[in-house]
Design a binder for this molecule. Structure first.
Ligand code: BGC
Length: 747
């Protein structure tokens, strides 16, 4: 770390010592475009080529042939790559261009075993239905990343939860393009506001992990534009991420990292993306093809079974000499990589290694969890636990901590792993439990209350012992867990004896609460027997406290599901994920016949009733949506409503607005309704507030491939207001005129 500070100082001196007037990129009054262009113009060929490769793992790098990785680059990486971090791109001291220090990922800084603050999973944060919560989290993790020496965050996961069993759904932001777009944009805005570059990833249609490096996804452009790509398009519009990470899979027969349609046509031409496309680690399959079809940075060499020596200046030069890649293209790559360094402030405000206020950061993570936990069921108002005499806490390592997801977003938490040595201990493990014991937090929340509650714990491995404890206790709280991670998909069924444990405890004690720590949706065969269920997802470094404060009523729950929970496997769009459970590397193929009908859209289109609907979430108070408004002016729809807290407690409620065409077939929509707006309010008992939002017209349209346009079909549309996809009691009808506009954004 010391070394890195020295480098920053040397870079600054080198830059200042030069003639500032010839160095337009140092001029802060110029635009990021102009500064990047001036810097590229001053670079030699070799300097430009330095920018386009990122390196990882210096030991493996040292073993690569010198003609592929020159000794000077190896030495630079060995000296400055931060051990255990994702990647490093050498800087150009002569011009004052800083190196790029790249770190994973969306919930916090992952750097070897270094202890850092972990936010709740991104899916949990999406359940807050409040982009400001994501943004606060983004600012916090960016501060930590900068204090750890990084300037580029590989955060911003925004793949839609098309496949509920996807191992990485916890890193993403749900099944709806508007929710996902606004929540991921919140995170990226928070990160970039702190003078770091953020990514959005994994571009695109990388919607399951089985055979992720070989799967070829077939999907129509219309379906993509109206689902997965729409989520990314909204993220790009709202947050202007400096970089986009292309994914491992193939889309319609072409690798995502050399996919003309995704990278050049959609992202760069249509969306006017000005930053750079970096490959996922090991996702590059060619040199010239990749560069010509839109890849700007060949990342993570020599990690992750890279597919040949594509990641080298030597190969790139050879391709240029053969005329396969032009200097113009290389200049564009360099320009795109430099642009966000100027735009986000990385260049003018370099990261400095420094102290981290872990207590303040943990409080940010706790607030995020408290906004995000979803109360799924609360029959007879069993929760919050008030005047309770005894509580049995059972299972889920609740005496130690709360679960987190595995893989590249696995952050080693401050305080260390609360349950070490669980399998797998190696990639995509280790399995990490955040050191935030729900048991201890429940005890502490109930401390001093009258009557003084007795709180006891049973691990749940012995069902009889758990049942005995539940019988002696007034209330039983059973914790169940589902570990998910990168590189594999899961099942919706809970592992081991957990379903049997819940069923047995619920039989023994009718006052049973289940707390679920899961990557995403699970099946709940015991649901009819259990009066209360709290979905905590992976709730982060203060998850135990957040759970306890919600169970005991200190905090009123306000999360809403960002994904539907299916009632059974039979409701899923795909019976099997191809290559599931098999060793990696088998070429497989999947056709997304469901198109853009993902999540609640799929359930609506099929007429299925899910276990819990998208948007569902209860509170200890009650809310009513009133004064629905839907106004069409010049073809543009604006919606608004009032939310009133009709209960006796202060709480946060979410108004959700959906639009349903009177004639679904004639509208061309993939499904009977789409979410078009949402707003969270913090309301005192009896309080009310109103909002109005302009509806993004793409949410009312279909994508027309023939002329690359969006089109709304004239007709009657019902605007539905409520608090969940299956709870929309208020509506207004509007007539929309026929409208068509280009899918190409204005500069
Ligand atoms: C993951 C990315 C991550 C990268 C660098 C890959 O395995 O898919 O999300 O940013 O590694 O660690």
């Amino acid at each position: 770390m010391m070394k890195q500070t020295t480098v920053a100082v040397l870079l600054a001196c080198a830059a200042m010592g030069a003639h500032a007037q010839d160095r337009a990129w140092l001029d802060k009054s110029k635009s990021a475009d102009e500064r990047a262009r001036a810097a590229v113009a001053a670079m030699t060929l070799d300097e430009k080529l330095l920018l386009i490769v990122s390196y990882t793992d210096k030991k493996d790098l040292a073993k690569q042939p010198d003609d592929i990785v020159p000794p000077a680059v190896k030495a630079d990486v060995a000296a400055h790559h931060i051990e255990g971090s994702a990647g490093y791109v050498p800087g150009i001291p002569r011009l004052g261009i800083p190196p790029q220090w790249q770190t994973d990922a969306s919930i916090g800084v992952r750097v070897g075993g270094m202890e850092r603050t972990a936010l709740p999973s991104s899916l949990a944060t999406a359940a807050s239905f409040d982009p400001a919560v994501s943004e606060a989290g983004g600012r916090m993790i960016a501060d930590e990343a900068r204090a750890s020496g990084f300037n580029t965050f590989l955060a911003g996961g925004a793949n839609l939860a098309r496949e509920p069993r996807n191992g990485r759904n916890f890193e993403y932001v749900g099944e709806d393009p508007l929710l996902a777009g606004r929540m991921a944009a919140g995170l990226i805005n928070g990160i970039q506001a702190r003078h770091m570059v953020s990514t959005m990833k994994h571009f695109a249609v990388n919607d399951h992990e089985s055979q992720r490096t070989t799967v070829d996804v077939t999907i129509s452009p219309e379906a993509m534009r109206q689902s997965d790509l729409l989520a990314f398009e909204i993220v790009n519009d709202l947050s202007k991420p400096g970089s986009v990470m292309c994914s491992y899979n193939l889309v319609n027969g072409r690798w995502a990292c050399e996919n003309e349609y995704l990278l050049n046509k959609t992202l760069k031409q249509d969306w006017k993306f000005k930053g750079y496309v970096m490959a996922d680690w090991g996702a590059v399959h060619s040199t010239a093809d990749a560069a010509n079809h839109g890849l700007d940075q060949f990342t993570g060499y020599p990690c992750c079974n890279h597919h040949g020596p594509f990641y080298s200046a030597k190969n790139f030069k050879e391709a240029m000499n053969k005329g396969d890649v032009s200097m113009r293209r290389l200049d564009d790559m360099a320009q795109r990589i430099l642009w966000p360094l100027f735009q986000t402030g990385v260049f003018d405000d370099p990261a400095k290694v420094g102290k981290i206020d872990f207590a303040a950061h943990a409080a940010v993570a706790q607030r995020a969890a408290e906004e995000s936990l979803v109360l799924l069921k609360n029959e007879g108002n069993l929760l919050p636990l008030a005047n309770v005499k005894s509580v049995a806490v059972i299972g889920g390592h609740a005496d130690k901590g709360v679960l987190a997801g595995g893989g590249s977003s696995g952050v080693t938490p401050v305080g260390g792993n609360a349950v070490p040595n669980l399998e797998p201990t190696k990639w995509p493990g280790p399995v990490i439990y955040m050191p935030s014991s729900p048991l201890a937090a429940i005890k502490s929340e109930l401390q001093g209350r009258q009557p003084q509650a007795k709180v006891a714990y049973a691990s749940g491995t012995d069902i009889d012992a758990a049942v005995a404890l539940a019988k002696q206790s007034e209330v039983a709280v059973v914790f169940v867990t589902q570990w998910m991670g990168e590189g594999f998909d899961g099942r919706l069924e809970l592992d081991g004896n957990q379903d049997a444990l819940v069923a047995a405890v619920a039989r023994a004690n009718p006052k049973t609460v289940v707390v679920v720590e899961s990557g995403g949706a699970i099946l709940m065969p015991w649901l009819p027997q259990v009066p209360a269920v709290l979905e905590a997802f992976y709730p982060g470094i203060r998850g135990g406290q957040a759970i306890a404060r919600i169970l005991t009523g200190k905090v009123n729950p306000s999360g809403h599901l960002p994904i539907s929970f299916p009632a059974s496997n039979a409701q899923l769009a795909h019976a099997e994920i191809p290559g599931f459970g098999k060793p990696d590397g088998i070429p497989v193929h999947i056709t997304y016949d469901e198109g853009a009908a993902i999540g609640y859209k799929w359930y609506d289109a099929k007429g299925y009733k899910p276990l819990f609907a998208f948007g569902h979430g209860l509170s200890y108070t009650s809310f009513a949506v009133a004064e629905p408004k839907a106004i069409v002016a010049n073809g543009a729809l604006t919606v608004g409503a009032a939310l009133r807290n009709t209960g006796k407690l202060a709480g946060k409620g979410v108004v959700q607005v959906y639009v349903a065409p009177a004639d679904v077939k004639a509208s061309g929509w993939e499904a009977p309704k789409r979410l078009v707006a949402f707003q969270k309010f913090d309301l005192q008992a009896g309080g009310a507030n109103t909002f109005a939002q302009a509806v993004d017209p793409r949410l009312l349209a279909t994508y027309e491939v023939a002329d690359n346009s969006w089109r709304v079909r004239a007709g009657t549309y019902r605007v539905l207001f409520g608090q969940a996809a299956d709870d929309l009691p208020v509506s207004v009808d509007v007539t929309l005129p026929d409208m068509t506009w280009s899918a190409v954004h204005k500069e």
